[in-house]
Design a protein around this ligand. Structure first.
Ligand code: NAP
Length: 289
């Protein structure tokens, strides 16, 4: 069993930290809004730290899941941040979806303190975090990876080291690029079917048996047809992730025509007031137009 710190008890972090406690690890948590940390403690009986530094001091492995690049910098580098609580041989694992650049920046600072840093974004959404069924894509040093993998197994059904620091984030970008195109395709098919006055549910029953099948089709077509868009990953988060992918594409010379287009479609959804709708709300945009 490990001494673990978990920083950022949001939609994802709260249940992830809970799985670590349930697996028997000694868990210290920190959350900026303290009431969430107190609620977590009531539920899982771990320890609450007053600062990220204090949480890091108590742990051998420090896991984080905050919002974006700036949040990660604040929680790591602030006066009372994680870095101020580091000492040699500790391990930092960041589950936030960020740029690869900030991951490399954090790894360099950690290395100065003889600490290994892993970028470890996740896929599987809120349900995956709650059920302990996340997929984790990691970048970092192979040396300490076995310890990391064993620890995150508390909430991960699958995890893989994909190369040096930054590669976890690059893999997550590939994941989001795939999702953007697939969701837009599904939204267009349903929109087309509705305009043609087809029984879309019946059509999906047929075509989901063939090559058009996808996770999005299986899990979202019903709620999309009902116009319900409260099922997970929010449009604001998706725009953050696509923005990161598009920046990276500009840097590495790849052409992401479809991703750039779908990113703009999500901007339209935001204008419709859909910031917190889930990513399948691309259909709402087509209906609105
Ligand atoms: P969330 O519910 O908004 O939680 C964000 C957490 O980070 C909160 O605990 C928040 O603290 C903390 N935080 C944010 N900025 C901070 C700062 N500057 N200093 C200290 N703490 C800060 O977000 P989430 O849905 O859990 O997502 C977290 C990360 O996972 C994001 O990078 C997201 O892209 C990624 N992700 C999310 C999903 C999903 O389905 N939600 C799926 C895959 C990946 P407060 O409580 O004080 O606000």
């Amino acid at each position: 069993m490990q001494k673990v710190a978990f920083i950022g008890l949001g939609v994802m972090g709260y249940p992830m930290a809970g799985h670590l406690a349930k697996a028997g690890h000694e868990v210290w948590v920190y959350n900026r809004t303290q009431t969430k940390a107190q609620a977590w403690q009531q539920e899982y009986h771990g320890q609450v730290a007053n600062t990220p530094k204090q949480a890091a001091q108590h742990a051998d492995i420090i896991l984080l899941c905050v919002g974006n690049d700036d949040d990660l910098r604040q929680v790591m580098l602030g006066e009372e941040g994680v870095v101020a609580g580091l000492s040699p041989k500790k391990i930092v694992v960041d589950h936030t979806t960020t740029s690869a650049r900030v991951a490399r920046e954090m790894a360099e600072i950690c290395a100065f303190h003889q600490v290994s840093f892993y970028d470890a974004p996740v896929s599987g959404g809120q349900a995956g975090a709650q059920n302990g069924q996340l997929t984790v894509m990691l970048g970092g040093d192979p040396q300490a990876f076995a310890v990391v993998q064993q620890t995150i197994a508390a909430f991960a059904k699958f995890s893989k080291l994909l190369g040096p620091v930054g590669n976890g984030q690059l893999a997550k970008m590939m994941n989001q690029i795939c999702i953007a195109g697939i969701v837009q395709g599904l939204a267009e098919a349903l929109h087309f079917g509705q305009q043609a006055e087809m029984d879309c549910a019946a059509v999906i029953e047929v075509i989901s048996q063939g090559a058009a099948q996808s996770w999005q089709m299986q899990n979202r077509y019903q709620s999309m047809l009902q116009g319900h868009y409260e099922f997970g990953f929010a449009v604001d988060w998706m725009r953050k992730d696509l923005g990161i992918a598009l920046d990276e594409a500009r840097a590495n010379g790849s052409t992401l025509a479809l991703t750039a287009l779908v990113d703009q479609f999500y901007a339209d959804v935001q204008k419709q007031g859909g910031n917190r709708w889930d990513t399948s709300s691309l259909l709402a945009r087509l209906k609105h137009n």
